[in-house]
Ligand binder design. Structure first.
Ligand code: SF4
Length: 336
């Protein structure tokens, strides 16, 4: 189900734009349909009121909480069931954030990611993306949504943009608190600039070397790191939001002096921040998490050389490593 389908169904029942927004707010924010003492018939046509209980059951049934794994950092990894029996992961982040999934599986096939192991199984619909937020809000407040879960958002662009549009309006999430995360796709840059709700942007850089990037992200669009940063810089200047450059730190792979020099050359003076995230080791993948002190030293040195760098641990690191592992475990998928 797409959000446009929900809107069409309500319109066919006689709802106008304000009615549709009221119903969507009721779903995504769990807000009452009425205000003050005025009765429901003042707010919605009879046919919409009659259809509402079944529609709400249907919308709340788009996602089911199958497992919740709280981490020591205030996060919780959620395994979410979809109606056809597929599963995705959402992560409740510290400080009222939520990380959502945009695809079941992923076609990019990053060498260090469990989600990429299965390839793409199916797209997550726009309503299922928003339903992850509605489900999380039944656990706690959500004021920020990042599209950094399973999947590459630019490979499901129509659905992700439709969800962003709703979350930035009826969902009551500030536009800069919606974060579209991508390996970089020219179509995404064009469409994000055009939309009425412009999210912040996170770009997965991971290396400054074009050949190594092709190896690590084998099916990402063939933009070089420099082209990626140029596109990011244009978007940052246009929106006024700094770009978040994501760098999964892999011991002995992308943490050498040559990469540090490359980062300074690419990012110094740019309107962005470099987020370095030490890799979460997975027993059967051939990458190693760098020592935390080494990672801290790298971040400090980059900072001293003029690149705003933040060292982060991925949420729920103590729970179950990186994205895709909960799903793999629930299905007993091979992890190699
Ligand atoms: Fe896909 Fe992201 Fe995993 Fe790469 S890291 S395979 S883009 S989900």
């Amino acid at each position: 189900m797409a959000i446009a389908d929900i809107e069409r169904r309500l319109t066919a029942l006689g709802a106008n734009d304000a009615h549709v927004q009221r119903v969507l707010r009721h779903w995504v924010q769990d807000r009452p349909l009425t205000e003050g003492r005025r009765k429901l018939e003042h707010f919605l046509p009879q046919a919409v009121r009659d259809a509402l209980p079944a529609l709400m059951d249907e919308l709340h049934g788009l996602t089911r909480l199958l497992e919740s794994h709280p981490g020591e950092d205030g996060s919780a990894r959620l395994l979410v069931g979809l109606r056809d029996g597929q599963t995705v992961e959402s992560v409740l982040l510290p400080r009222d954030g939520l990380c959502v999934s945009s695809q079941v599986g992923c076609a990019v096939g990053c060498q260090f990611c469990m989600t990429g192991r299965d390839g793409l199984l199916r797209q997550v619909t726009s309503a299922e993306i928003v339903a992850q937020v509605a489900l999380a809000r039944r656990q706690r407040a959500v004021k920020k949504v990042v599209f950094m879960g399973m999947g590459e958002p630019s490979h499901n662009l129509d659905a992700v943009l439709e969800a962003i549009q709703l979350l930035g309006t009826a969902g009551n999430i500030g536009h800069k608190n919606l974060v579209f995360s991508t390996v970089g796709d020219p179509r995404a840059f064009e469409r994000l600039s055009d939309g009425p709700v412009k999210p912040a942007l996170a770009l997965s850089l991971h290396t400054t070397k074009p050949a190594l990037r092709r190896e690590l992200l084998p099916r990402a669009p063939r933009l070089t790191p420099r082209e990626l940063v140029e596109a990011g810089e244009r978007y940052a200047r246009e929106t006024g939001y700094p770009i978040q450059y994501q760098w999964t730190l892999l011991d002995g792979v992308n943490d050498g002096e040559d990469e540090l020099d490359g980062i300074v050359e690419l990012l110094k003076g740019k309107y962005g921040v470099l987020n370095m995230i030490p890799y979460n080791s997975v027993p059967t993948l051939p990458f190693v998490r760098p020592d935390w002190d080494k990672a801290r030293d790298i971040a400090r040195r980059l900072h001293e050389r003029g690149v705003l760098t933040k060292l982060r641990d991925s949420a729920g690191q103590d729970v179950e490593g990186g994205c895709g592992q909960l799903r793999a475990r629930s299905l007993d998928l091979p992890r190699e």
